[in-house]
Design a protein around this ligand. Sequence first.
Ligand SMILES: *Cc1c(COP(=O)(O)O)cnc(C)c1O
Length: 377
Amino acid sequence: MNAARPPERGPAAAEAVAGRIAGTVRADIRALAAYAVAPAADGIKLDAMECPYELPETVREDIARAVRDAALNRYPPGGTGALDQDVRQAFGIPAEAGLLFGNGSDELIHLIVQACCEPGDAVMSPWPSFVYFDMAARFDHARFVGVPLTDSLELDLPAMLRAIAQHRPKVVFLALPNNPTGGLWPDQAVQAIIDAAPGLVVLDEAYQPFAGQTWMPRLPALPNVAVLRTVSKIGLAGLRFGYLAGHPDWIAQFDKVRPPYNLNVLTQAALRAVLRHKPVLDAQAARLRADRAPLAAALAALPGVSVFPSAGNFVLARFSGQPDGNAVHLALKTRKILVKNFSGAHPLLAGCLRISVGTPAENAALLAALQDILRSH
Ligand SMILES: *Cc1c(COP(=O)(O)O)cnc(C)c1O
């Protein structure tokens, strides 16, 4: 909120506002809880898959110079040109593919649903998965269909194929690896979904740098697939930049619903400066990837804790004894360690906490806290 709050004018004004909102704002929006973003706290933040490493001084200096020289008096240039070339080169986008840039990949998810879905059309994803697939679908009047994962949180391919035949989804979102479970669906299963889907299949590779696998090179051979990526999980969450790669004719359709100038001048300038140091980002991702297995193993060794296989920069752990997931989440919070609690989010996630891989010191502090919490109960 930008404006200062007007002086309080008493309950009558509040009632008048409430009445007007009730008659104006969509009922489904009024019934929603706002997307919860935890306030930045001191302590250890392992709840949002951010990169725990700061950029080195040399890179920051390059960013400062680029931002200083940015033309803030001008509207940002369109999404082609120099930035386009830099992104293609840094992230291995096939020359044949078109590219669309978003203010975070969340915005691109919206644009896809807006462009594809009439009211009531189905948007589908295995479930649980990234909550924003569901939210974007609802906001854009589509009908979200979540197809439950198996009890061991793996893709249920037969169920997916049945649901595709039944609901004929305009868009299928597949997060590869999946958030919040960490699983990476097998290529053959993904291909079977691509073959069966009547519309577009969006492969959301937000965690691709930690999986070491990608569909990107196969894109030119797949007429109904687009690959979605973000820089948020590789050290640039504050920048708000995502990109969608697909056949240029698909991209041209989505570009029509893109808000003009969605990518601001500062983001563009900073991103181009950072991409000149791409090996720094790669090294940070490699470090997190290497630290994932030891963290997962140490968590799995705790009493009553099981860990699901993860190809991301996080692990999902289930606390099936006492204290339960909710209590462990709270106990960590009082020790100023933030993780994401999925205990109440879905029956398949009972007792589950999602923990980002942090620095070695952060991981050690988390494990020490958990040992203490589980022992002292
Ligand atoms: C974090 C995440 C995103 C969101 O990325 P932004 O670019 O920060 O909007 C998209 N998809 C998945 C699966 C994610 O986990």
